[in-house]
Design a protein around this ligand. Structure first.
Ligand code: ADP
Ligand code: MG
Length: 384
C-alpha cells in the first residue's frame, strides 16, 4: 500500500510541476493504547505510531513562493513566505500554513517550495491525520533547508500550529508520537516534561484498530468542556494540574465539588495510574494484566468521564467477548465515537474481524472499518 502511494505521489509531483521531487518525507498516524484525556492534565499517555502515513513530496524554490497540492482533497494552495501568512478558506490548508508560520518565527529566512501531499491515515477517525500532516510538512521544511530543530521542538511547533492557527485545542501527544514513534514500541510519554520511555510491544501481539463510524457533532465542544471541568477540579483540589492529585486528595474534597466534577477528576487520576501500570505490564509481556487495565480504562471513560457512545461500548464488548483475558480492548481518542484499539494475539485477529463483521452492524446499524496495525518509526525521509 505504501509503495503504491509513494509511486502516485512522485508521479503526480512530476505531472503538476513539470520536474521531479527532490525529497519525499513521511509522517505516521498514531493510536493511543491507554491514557485518555490525560495529556492536557500534564499526565501520562502510551501511544504508538502506526503503519498509516502522510507523504509529502517536495522541491525547494529560490523565491518565496509555496505551492501546495493536496491529492486527497483535490485541493491547491499558494502563499508567499515574504508576506504575513494568513488564514485560508480551505481548512486543510491551515494545517500547512500554520506550520510554515511558526517555523518562520524561529527560522525567518528560508525560501519557498513546491509540495504534493498524499496520505492514507483515515481522516477525522481519531488516528491523527492532522498531526501526520503537520509533522510531514514540518519535517519537509526542516530537511529541505537543513534547519536546526530538534524533534521535540518540531512537535511543539506543530502543536502550536494546530492550537493557534487551526484553532483546535489539542495536547502534545499526537505531534510527539508522529515525530518520535519507534518500530515495534509504544512510547510512555510524560506530558509534563516530555520525557519518554520506549515500551516494546510483544512480537506475537497485533494492534487492531476498529472505527465505530459513529459521528458526533459536538466532539469539539465536549472536548473543551472536559478540559474546563478538569481545570475546575484542579483548582478545587488546589493543585496545578490533575497530574498532581491523588485519589486520597480527591476523596477529602469530594463534598466541595459536584458529582460530575468529582467523576471527571476520578477518571484522570485513575487513568494516569493505569497508564503507568500498563507500561509496566506491557514491558513485562503481561497481556492479561494489560487487558484488565484497558477494560478499566474503558469503563472509566464510559461511566466517569462520559465520553464513549453506545455503539462504541457495543464494539468494545464484541471484541472483548472474543479476546477474553488474552488481550485488551478500549475506546481510543477524544471520544463520542471514533475508534477502539485492541491488543490481540496475532492468531485471534481473524476471529475478531469475523465476529465484528457478523455482530456490530446487526446490533447498531453501523458498519465498522477495520485496520490491522503495527508500531512503526516516526517521521523521516523516504528513499526515492
Ligand atoms: P484526525 O486528526 O483525527 O484525523 P482532525 O479533524 O484533527 O482528524 O484532522 C483532519 C483534518 O486534517 C482534515 O479534515 C484535513 O483538513 C487535514 N488533513 C489530514 N490529512 C490530510 C491530507 N492527507 N491532505 C490534506 N489535509 C489533510
Ligand atoms: Mg487531529
Amino acid at each position: 500500500m505504501m509503495q503504491q502511494m509513494i509511486k502516485e505521489t512522485l508521479l503526480l509531483f512530476g505531472k503538476k510541476y513539470g520536474y521531479s521531487a527532490e525529497i519525499l518525507v513521511q509522517a505516521p498516524g498514531r493510536v493511543n493504547l491507554i491514557g485518555e484525556h490525560t495529556d492536557y492534565n500534564d499526565g501520562f499517555v502510551l501511544p504508538c505510531a502506526i503503519n498509516y502515513n502522510t507523504l509529502v513530496a517536495s522541491r525547494p524554490r529560490s523565491d518565496y513562493q509555496v505551492n501546495v497540492i493536496a491529492v486527497d482533497f483535490d485541493g491547491k494552495d499558494n502563499f508567499e513566505l515574504n508576506k504575513p501568512i494568513t488564514q485560508s478558506e480551505n481548512s486543510w490548508a491551515n494545517y500547512v500554513r500554520g506550520v510554515f508560520k511558526y517555523i518562520q518565527e524561529i527560522h525567518p529566512d528560508f525560501t519557498g517550495m513546491d509540495l504534493v501531499i498524499h496520505g492514507n491515515v483515515p481522516l477525522g477517525a481519531g488516528l491523527s491525520s492532522s498531526a501526520a500532516l503537520e509533522i510531514s510538512i514540518a519535517t519537509t521544511i526542516k530537511t529541505l533547508h537543513n534547519l536546526d530543530i530538534d524533534p521535540k521542538e518540531l512537535a511543539k511547533i506543530c502543536q502550536k500550529a494546530e492550537n493557534q492557527f487551526v484553532g483546535m485545542n489539542c495536547g502534545i501527544m499526537d505531534q510527539f508520537i508522529s515525530t518520535l514513534g519507534e518500530k515495534d514500541h509504544a512510547l510512555l510519554i510524560d506530558c509534563r516534561n516530555l520525557e519518554t520511555v520506549s515500551i516494546s510491544i510483544p512480537t506475537d501481539i497485533s494492534v487492531v484498530i476498529i472505527n465505530s463510524n459513529v459521528k458526533h457533532g459536538l466532539v469539539d465542544s465536549e472536548y473543551n468542556l472536559r478540559r474546563q471541568q478538569c481545570e475546575e477540579a484542579a483548582s478545587i483540589l488546589n493543585v496545578t494540574k490533575l497530574r498532581d492529585a491523588t485519589i486520597e486528595l480527591l476523596e477529602q474534597h469530594k463534598t466541595q465539588m459536584s458529582d460530575v466534577i468529582y467523576r471527571r477528576a476520578k477518571h484522570i487520576i485513575t487513568e494516569n495510574a493505569r497508564t503507568l501500570e500498563a507500561a509496566r505490564a506491557l514491558s513485562e509481556n503481561n497481556i492479561s494484566k494489560m487487558g484488565e487495565l484497558m477494560q478499566e480504562s474503558h469503563l472509566s471513560m464510559k461511566d466517569d468521564f462520559e465520553i464513549t457512545a453506545p455503539a462504541v461500548d457495543c464494539l468494545v464488548n464484541i471484541v472483548k467477548s472474543v479476546l477474553g483475558d488474552k488481550g485488551g480492548v478500549r475506546m481510543t481518542g477524544g471520544g463520542f465515537g471514533g475508534c477502539i484499539v485492541a491488543l490481540a494475539p496475532k492468531e485471534m485477529v481473524d476471529e475478531i474481524r469475523q465476529t465484528v463483521e457478523k455482530e456490530y452492524q446487526n446490533q447498531t446499524n453501523l458498519k465498522e472499518s477495520f485496520y490491522l496495525c503495527h508500531a512503526v518509526n516516526g517521521a523521516g525521509s523516504v528513499n526515492i
